[in-house]
Design a protein. Structure first.
Length: 193
C-alpha cells in the first residue's frame, strides 16, 4: 500500500519524538520540546481528518497512526523521566514512595499499547471488527495533554508546581492502566464471524 499525506503526517511524529528525547537527554530545559509536542499533537489531529475527508481511512492507516503515537509518546515520556520532570527527586511526593516514579507513565503506556496491539492482532486474525476502547481513547488524549504539560515544564524560566505535575502524571498512568483491563475485556468479548 502506498503512503499518503496522512501517513507522512503520522510518521512525522517519530521524528518529533526523537527531537524531544535528544533535547531532554542533554538538558532539563529546552525551547524545542514544547513546539515539537504541539506539532506532534497537530499532526495526530490532522492525519485522521485528512484520511476521513479523502475517504482513504483504513486499518493500515489506523495502525500507522497508533504506532507513531506510541513511538512519539514513548520518547517523550522517557525524556521526561530521565529529567525527573513529573516528580522532583527531593521535593516530589511520588519519589518518596519510589525512586523510579517518573517512569510510571511510560510503563503504563507500554502496557496499554501492548494490550491494544495484542487485541488488534487477535481480532484481525479472527476477522472481527476492532471494537472501540473508550478508556483507551481517553488515555490517548490525556497522554498528549501530559506531554504538553511536560513541554511547558521544560521551557526555561517556567516552573510548574508539583501540585499540578504529580496528579497529572498519576492520573494519566491510571488511565493507561485501566485501558489495559478494558482492552483485555474487549478481547475476551471478541467473537469470530
Amino acid at each position: 500500500m502506498a503512503l499518503q499525506t496522512q501517513h507522512y503526517l503520522s510518521l512525522s511524529r517519530v521524528l518529533l519524538g526523537a527531537i524531544v528525547l535528544v533535547e531532554l537527554i542533554d538538558s532539563s530545559q529546552s525551547w524545542l520540546v514544547l513546539p515539537a509536542v504541539v506539532g506532534a499533537a497537530a499532526a495526530d489531529w490532522f492525519d485522521g481528518k485528512i484520511a476521513r475527508a479523502s475517504g482513504t481511512a483504513s486499518m493500515f492507516g489506523r495502525l500507522i497512526d497508533n504506532l507513531c503515537d506510541f513511538a512519539f509518546l514513548t520518547m517523550c515520556f522517557a525524556g521526561f523521566a530521565i529529567q525527573e520532570i513529573w516528580s522532583h527527586p527531593t521535593l516530589g511526593s511520588a519519589t518518596r514512595y519510589s525512586e523510579h516514579a517518573n517512569w510510571l507513565p511510560l510503563g503504563c503506556l507500554v502496557g496499554a499499547f501492548g494490550m491494544y496491539l495484542i487485541r488488534w492482532a487477535v481480532c484481525n486474525r479472527l476477522g472481527v471488527a476492532l471494537a472501540p476502547s473508550t478508556r483507551g481513547h481517553s488515555a490517548g488524549v490525556f497522554n498528549y495533554i501530559l506531554a504538553l504539560l511536560g513541554g511547558v515544564a521544560v521551557v526555561p524560566g517556567i516552573e510548574l508546581t508539583r501540585w499540578l505535575l504529580e496528579p497529572a502524571f498519576v492520573t494519566v498512568a491510571l488511565l493507561n492502566a485501566t485501558a489495559v483491563s478494558e482492552n483485555l475485556l474487549l478481547l475476551v468479548q471478541a467473537r469470530p464471524r
